[in-house]
Design a protein around this ligand. Structure first.
Ligand code: AMP
Ligand code: ZN
Length: 437
């Protein structure tokens, strides 16, 4: 395969040069953080009063971690490192507690983010000849505008479609000859189900690639989307605290996501001890954004669980790859004392051919015990009134789940299209257990 680079010099930079560049950028980031009301005292408490206190990249470990809690505490402007006149945009993620975590951008920050995005999009093999339908939420969520600016930079024809309304999506795909789409994996699966329901002929569409991100999904889900829609799916990772998408992205080798290390310093730590784990071991990703002028965030605990690849990539890029996100530290369910990641359940459903494209995980109290129910839509070729194959399928899914998660769940099969579909991130888990038990 011939790989194409957006910025070959940076993307294939020898590690030594890359690390020298990171050290300079880290010093500059620390200098900016020292100028903020929230970070200056915290850094001073860690013995850092001047950027010259950072002598090597190892000194990163002397810096305090930043958590979502810090972002809320410093809301709205405690971490802003430039005068407000220089800020041209903000994005926020509201999370669950209501106080938004807000990130600010100068014009340069937007430009840098767009370049990272362009680099990511180009790495997937797209060019200015592509027609890009951005089927993800626009607005204060970073996914819409992030990919939008990057795709424009590449020179693609961008359709700012936003999510939802599948008949309109199909119409646009046909009318404009869309070749690339961007969405959550769950919405892509929904699109495929709708395609069948609405009798859309795949041969009328020019689709060839999709970017899927914003929520965890398994390799089985990727394979399912690729097979059903006959496209290449590229994993896109990011979080609003680190700009949004464009933190890590798959290249055409489609084997892990390159984390753009000229823009981010990445660590993977044990979430309990906060000590680094050996390369290749799963832990919590911690990110420092290196070149952002407005919102400086050092050592942000993402809560996302992943591991570094230990081998270099076939594409020649020197920026390290991370594995598909396994889940979040706060995603894990404890069911009758057993740890269960929703991704384990997803893997089983998505690798079962007759299972449909949507599912829901319910956890409730039944007496003293926890009860896990997995509701799964069935594929279009399964008839709901034919009890025998339905029972056999239910039993097969139940066995596979039990083998994977060591818990015997209740499995309910429901009609295709009957479970809720979110326009943004899918909400797959409904846990009604009382909180303090
Ligand atoms: P937000 O800040 O609202 O954009 O949410 C960011 C979070 O979405 C990340 O911390 C991840 O938990 C999740 N996320 C984003 N992209 C991916 C991806 N490709 N795979 C798994 N999880 C993702
Ligand atoms: Zn690669």
């Amino acid at each position: 395969m011939r790989y194409q680079y957006w910025d070959e010099k940076t993307e294939t930079m020898p590690r030594g040069e890359l690390e020298a560049l990171q050290l300079d950028a880290l010093r500059a980031a620390v200098a900016r953080a020292l100028g903020t009301t929230y970070n200056a005292p915290r850094l001073a408490a860690a013995g850092i009063r001047d950027s010259s206190d950072i002598r090597s990249l190892d000194d990163l470990r002397r810096l305090p971690f930043t958590t979502k809690h810090d972002l809320r505490e410093s809301f709205p402007y405690g971490m802003l490192a430039v005068p407000k006149e220089e800020v041209v945009r903000l994005h926020a993620s509201s999370g669950t507690t209501g106080v938004p975590t807000t990130i600010y951008f100068t014009r340069k920050d937007i430009s840098r983010w767009s370049s990272n995005m362009a680099r990511s999009i180009f790495a997937s093999g797209c060019t200015s000849a592509d027609v890009f339908q951005n089927m993800i939420t626009y607005g204060i969520f970073t996914g819409g505008l992030g990919l939008h600016y990057g795709a424009e930079k590449v020179g693609m024809l961008v359709i700012p479609a936003g999510p939802g309304n599948t008949p309109r999506q199909f119409r646009m795909m046909r009318d404009y000859g869309t070749t690339v789409v961007h969405s959550t994996p769950s919405f892509l699966l929904h699109v495929q189900s709708k395609m069948i329901e609405e009798g859309i002929d795949r041969a009328d569409l020019k689709l060839r690639k999709a970017f899927a991100g914003a929520e965890p999904y398994s390799e089985d889900t990727r394979r399912r989307i690729e097979a059903l829609l006959d496209i290449d799916v590229y994993n896109s990772y990011g979080l609003s605290e680190m700009n949004g998408p464009g933190v890590a992205f798959e290249c055409q080798a489609k084997d892990g996501m390159h984390l753009w290390e000229d823009g981010y310093l990445a660590e993977i730590v044990d979430p309990d001890t906060l000590e680094p784990v050996p390369d290749g071991t799963v832990g919590e990703l911690v990110l420092t954004i290196l070149c952002r002028e407005a919102s400086v965030i050092l050592r942000y605990r993402t809560r996302d669980l992943t591991a570094f690849y230990t081998e270099p990539c076939a594409c020649g890029r020197t920026h390290r790859r991370i594995h598909r996100i396994k889940g979040r530290t706060d995603d894990m369910l404890i069911i009758n004392g057993v740890n269960v990641f929703p991704s384990q359940i997803e893997e089983v459903i998505m690798s079962t051919r007759e299972a449909g494209n949507n599912y829901l995980i319910q956890v409730e109290k039944e007496g003293a015990l926890d009860r896990l129910t997995v509701k799964t839509e069935v594929g279009p070729e399964i008839f709901m009134d034919d009890a025998r194959p339905l029972n056999a399928l239910r039993e097969r899914i139940r066995h596979a789940l039990q083998a994977s998660i060591s818990i015997n769940p209740k499995v309910e099969l429901v009609e295709s299209g009957s479970l809720p579909v979110a326009e943004g991130k899918a909400k797959r888990v409904v846990d009604t257990r009382p909180r303090d038990v």
